[in-house]
Design a protein around this ligand. Sequence first.
Ligand code: ZN
Length: 82
Amino acid sequence: MFREVQTGLRAVPLVFVDPAHSSRECVESGHIDKRNRVDQGHFICRGCGVVAHADRNASHNIATRGESVWSAGRESRVPATP
Ligand SMILES: [Zn+2]
């Protein structure tokens, strides 16, 4: 179900998630808007007003999605390449 990747001394479980809108979605409110991503480094939610570093916001969204997949025990597959 989950892959394990050898990284030095330990195997780490690897979960694939859909990254769609991860840079446009607010990690606090879930509000998705292209305008939330003000520029490369800044994220300001149009829904709740939270201000964050854009990469930090997006990385939290990815982590939350991964945790959701992991906790639910759902199958995680490598995304198809076009
Ligand atoms: Zn928000």
